[in-house]
Design a protein around this ligand. Structure first.
Ligand code: NAD
Length: 714
């Protein structure tokens, strides 16, 4: 029938349709696949064709990954989005109303549009080989499932469960899918699944979908059921309290489920398409798709990796310093299959580092996310030691000792005596310029920065820092290693604070300046959250500690003086010093801007004695703009100065590194979204009112004049 869909017809009239999109590692719902699927509906409806049933399966390791994002991206108007959504479900509807049994065999990933098609089949069998993952993750791209997902899922598993899965975009494992009623059977392998599918077809020659049966009832009740109505009376406000209205897809999903639950399936599907269209044209979804799909994929494919160099794989990794960061790096690397030599000044300290891994793995086993065998295998790969000779054979050694130049220089030198000529040395420094650290190395071309974030096992980003002498081969190895441990690399050139720490600091420091100026601390904290940041600025500074802020400022001042440069003090720095002087150094001491007790925090009541609240308060939008423009402008400066090498790295680094409002699409996309001229104008206003730090980066002035915007890849 087509190269994307292979048909095989048995003597019993059962057709096995195998999706196998040529040239793609996964099946996606593009026109090449959608067209023959529509043809399949014709075949099923044709009484002359003699088809007795259909088994829909995949020839790839996954069933169907979902919609073709390129097609989605091309939808420009709400009307186009509505039509596209209706077209998809028209053919799914034909499957379920054809009067003949249609069975889906689900293997591997069955997400988004893939699961929506599966729910339109009469019977679903999952190949339960440990790889099966179902789900409707559209919300992560600011969308809702527009192929009937918001209607069929609640009709299968109940509204509450459906809202949870769609609201979080979570993965659903085979056992959960079966227990909830989302699928009907599990099979250990494809052959058994095919056997079961045939048996079901024979036993059910004229199936009807539950929602097409006359007395259909939602499991757990429809929108009118008292418990459900009660849930809907609070769920939207709870979601809004969390998202501050920045993610319209969340409320659209709820509305679609609620309104769909008041009517029949056909009207409900139409309602869904209207909300889908609203999502597609929302700026949040455009930004999320642009950055978290296109730019992230470009990074994953190696856009910032030197071209033409062969891929490398680290087999043996050395880590110097088994503290908080070293232990975390050891854990994720051993989990990725590497042998890890974990070195510290005493055997006890090194063992303590390994224990971190033990604790994490114990928790994972307890929660059923890992097995005792897997835990032992990972632990067996971590070798705690004090002996530098154990580093022999390591392709990469990462230094994570104290943030002290002399200590770092010493361990770097000692490690190098054990390493092969091609091996790479890396530093996990968070503040010390890399080129200076590389001076301790005999071979600076083989030296690089790998800036991890804390906690290592949770944070998705590693900022790779290229020193003046770092070679392309060294960068390639660093890049490959970061991908080997399943994290996302961004690549930046050496500079004080690199990219992430430098821009992140502008956010917290702006919050602190406003406090000093008399803005109410509660208004500052609320503004951070309203802007879409994961934590408010003052609380965040408490987390990273005020004393660290002072320490970094002192170090920078000293370094710049040594280089003969002037240090420009940030107006918020004085606040950090004042609070540190009275012992309020942050969360670790239980007191900073907040009082911290038993995992709870309350703003320090005395704060207003030190920083009196002004009688006249600024508009909330002014506070939000200050927090966000400070970051975006600094990111633009990083690009202008060549610290950043690409727009994609800037956007992804900001979201994955310090949680820059994801719905904005990242720190540079924030500027695009407002248009460059509008950003420049507002930045000038802010500079006039609050200080030169807001003066728009020179790069932006030129771009605004030329009518340009930040394009990924530039
Ligand atoms: P830490 O104090 O928890 O651990 C440092 C470890 O290094 C200790 O176990 C110490 O015994 C060991 N050490 C000290 N001198 C040594 C030597 N001569 N030989 C071998 N081991 C030695 O510190 P950390 O928070 O893990 O930070 C380590 C590095 O990572 C620092 O450079 C820091 O700036 C950087 N970093 C930290 C964070 C963070 O959030 N903590 C984030 C990114 C980067």
């Amino acid at each position: 029938m087509s190269t994307a869909l292979h048909l095989e017809r048995g003597e019993d009239g059962v057709v096995i349709a195998t999706m196998d999109l040529p040239g793609h590692s996964m099946n996606i719902l593009n026109e090449q696949l959608a067209a023959p699927l529509r043809g399949l509906a014709d075949l099923l409806e044709d009484p002359q064709a003699g088809v007795t049933g259909l088994i829909l399966r995949s020839g790839k390791k996954d069933f169907l990954a979902g919609a073709d994002i390129d097609r989605l991206r091309a939808l420009n108007t709400a009307q186009e989005a509505f039509e596209a959504s209706m077209a998809l479900k028209r053919f799914i509807r034909r499957f379920e109303q054809c009067g003949k049994p249609v069975v889906a065999i689900l293997n591997g990933q069955c997400k988004g549009g893939g699961l929506e098609i599966a729910m339109g089949c009469h019977w679903r069998i999952v190949v339960d080989d440990g790889r099966a993952r179902l789900g409707l993750p559209e919300v992560k791209l600011g969308l809702l499932p527009g192929g009937g997902g918001t209607q069929r899922l609640p009709r299968l598993v109940g509204m509450q469960q459906a809202l949870q899965w769609m609201g979080e975009g979570s993965d659903i494992k085979a056992a959960q899918a079966l227990a909830s009623g989302l699928v009907n059977e599990l099979a250990p392998d494809v052959d058994e699944a095919l056997r079961k599918a045939r048996a079901w077809i024979v036993a059910n020659p004229k199936p009807v979908q539950p929602w097409d049966a006359p007395r259909f009832r939602y499991p757990g009740g429809d929108s009118r059921a008292p418990a459900i109505a009660q849930m809907f009376s609070v769920a939207p406000s709870m979601a809004a309290a969390k998202s501050f209205g920045n993610y319209p897809a969340l409320t659209h999903i709820m509305s679609s489920v609620f309104e769909g639950g008041l009517t029949d399936i056909d009207r409900a599907l139409e309602i869904e398409s209207r909300y889908f269209a609203a999502c597609v044209v929302s700026p949040a979804s455009r930004h999320l798709i642009g950055t978290l799909w296109y730019q992230l994929n470009a990074i994953k494919k190696g856009a910032s990796r030197p071209a033409g160099l062969p891929r490398s794989q680290v087999q043996r990794l050395g880590i110097l310093g088994a503290g908080m960061m070293g232990a975390g790096i050891a854990h994720v690397s051993a989990q990725a299959g590497m042998q890890v030599v974990l070195l510290d000044v005493s055997q006890e300290a090194a063992e303590r580092g390994k224990r971190h891994s033990q604790d994490l793995l114990d928790k994972a086993v307890k929660k059923g996310r890992s097995t005792p065998e897997q835990r032992e295998a990972v632990l067996a790969r971590i070798h705690p030691t004090t002996d530098y000779a154990a580093l022999a054979g390591c392709e990469l050694v990462i230094e994570a000792v104290f943030e002290d130049r002399a200590v770092k220089a010493e361990v770097t030198k000692r490690a190098e005596t054990q390493l092969a000529a091609r091996a790479v040395g890396a530093s996990n420094t968070s503040t010390l310029p890399l080129t200076g650290l590389a001076e301790a190395s005999e071979r600076p071309a083989h030296f690089i920065g790998l800036h991890f974030f804390s906690p290592v096992e949770k944070m998705p980003l590693v900022e790779i820092i290229v020193g003046k002498a770092t070679s392309p081969e060294t960068l390639a190895l660093g890049f490959d290693y970061v991908q080997q441990i399943g994290k996302t690399p961004i690549v930046v050139n050496d500079s004080r604070g690199f990219y992430t720490s430098r821009v992140f600091a502008t956010y917290v420091m702006e919050g602190i300046v406003m406090l000093k100026e008399g803005v109410h601390p509660r208004a500052i904290e609320a503004a951070g959250l309203q802007a879409g940041m994961p934590m408010p600025p003052l609380a965040l500074q408490d987390e990273v500690s005020l004393s660290l802020g002072v320490h970094v400022a002192d170090q920078t001042r000293k370094d710049l003086a040594a280089e003969g440069k002037t240090y420009r003090e940030h107006p918020g720095e004085a606040v950090l010093r004042q609070l540190c002087e009275i012992g309020r150094v942050g969360k670790k001491a239980g007191k900073g801007f907040y009082d911290w007790a038993d995992g709870d925090k309350t703003l320090w009541p005395e704060l207003s004695r030190h920083y009196p609240v002004a009688v006249e308060q600024p508009a909330q939008q002014e506070i939000i703009d200050r927090l966000m423009f400070a970051q975006a402008n600094e990111a633009a400066r990083c690009l202008e100065e060549g610290v950043l090498r690409s727009v994609a790295d800037a956007n992804i680094g900001s979201i994955f590194g310090w949680g820059f409002a994801p719905f904005e699409g990242g720190a540079l996309q924030f500027i695009n979204a407002r248009s460059l001229p509008a950003f420049v104008e507002r930045a000038r206003e802010l500079a006039a009112a609050h200080g030169e730090r807001f003066a728009p980066a020179a790069l932006l002035l030129g771009m605004a004049e030329r009518g340009e915007r930040f394009e990924a890849g530039c």
